[in-house]
Design a protein around this ligand. Sequence first.
Ligand code: HEC
Ligand code: HEC
Ligand code: HEC
Ligand code: HEC
Length: 189
Amino acid sequence: MMRLMKVVVLLAIVVGLSPSYGAEEYDFVGAKKCKICHSTDKKAGTHFKVWEKGPHAKAFETLLTDKAKEAAKKHGIEDPSKAEACLSCHTTVGSPKPEEGVSCESCHGAGSGYLKVHEKEGYEAAVAAGMVDFRNMEQEAKEATCTKCHKEDPMNDFYKPFNFEEYFKKIDHSGATSPKVLEEREKGK
Ligand code: HEC
Ligand code: HEC
Ligand code: HEC
Ligand code: HEC
């Protein structure tokens, strides 16, 4: 009985910790790597194009504006585009391409593990290789993906109250999936 309990406790620890292990285990590859397949209906769909036109793709460029520089000055920061205090929410921290702003991997997880895997081996294999499991995620956890940046913070002078439904609608790219992929999913692939 004791032994069984130990196993259960151990399992709970392993399962409980695995998401953060995942974050450290994999490297960021940058949005250009996703673009190859995610910008045409001949492949995965046009998610890249939706993202590119949205607010997140220009989050880094925003730090180069006068508005950003003025705000940064109040915090004693000379160049916001080089300051960790601003880059932490305006880029994918750890990405080799900070200039891509808040890119795919900010939300979907560092891609080095699932990049090659997810097209060929399917969703479960992708999640096992570090892809964030949005399909099986509670609403609350989905919101938490956003509120790690959309929150009040001493450095976030432009904070606006975050409402998930309203905000998500503005960046929603789930409708960009190609007809071909949808058809294959129907067949249970
Ligand atoms: C070699 C082509 C290819 C590349 C490169 C690629 N993808 Fe995909 N991706 C696909 C295809 C095809 C699907 C559709 C599979 C499915 O959902 O049935 C897909 C599906 C997805 C899904 C949906 C998973 C689901 O089923 O809910 C996400 C999220 C995703 N890709 C993210 C990314 C990200 C982020 C990158 C870059 C780090 C990337 N992909 C790079 C081909 C690719
Ligand atoms: C890594 C940090 C980060 C994450 C994670 C993030 N965002 Fe953002 N988001 C930003 C930044 C920074 C901006 C401002 C971009 C700019 O204007 O330069 C922004 C802007 C937006 C805007 C435009 C707001 C406006 O006033 O027009 C929407 C909508 C939005 N985000 C939705 C979301 C949603 C929904 C999620 C979660 C699924 C999310 N964001 C996750 C950092 C993030
Ligand atoms: C905690 C995360 C966070 C930090 C830290 C942060 N920002 Fe932001 N910033 C955001 C989000 C989220 C938005 C979009 C707000 C919205 O529209 O809801 C934003 C928007 C902006 C905007 C655009 C305002 C507009 O709509 O024109 C500027 C400029 C900006 N931030 C500059 C900075 C600077 C400079 C720093 C560093 C001193 C910084 N931010 C630090 C999250 C952050
Ligand atoms: C701000 C966070 C955020 C960013 C940035 C982001 N995504 Fe997503 N993405 C999501 C969320 C959340 C979902 C799940 C939507 C749902 O549950 O309906 C999603 C869904 C998807 C899907 C599945 C669509 C389907 O068939 O249901 C794909 C594919 C995808 N994203 C690819 C990408 C790619 C490629 C990029 C970059 C070019 C990207 N995403 C950038 C948050 C993000």
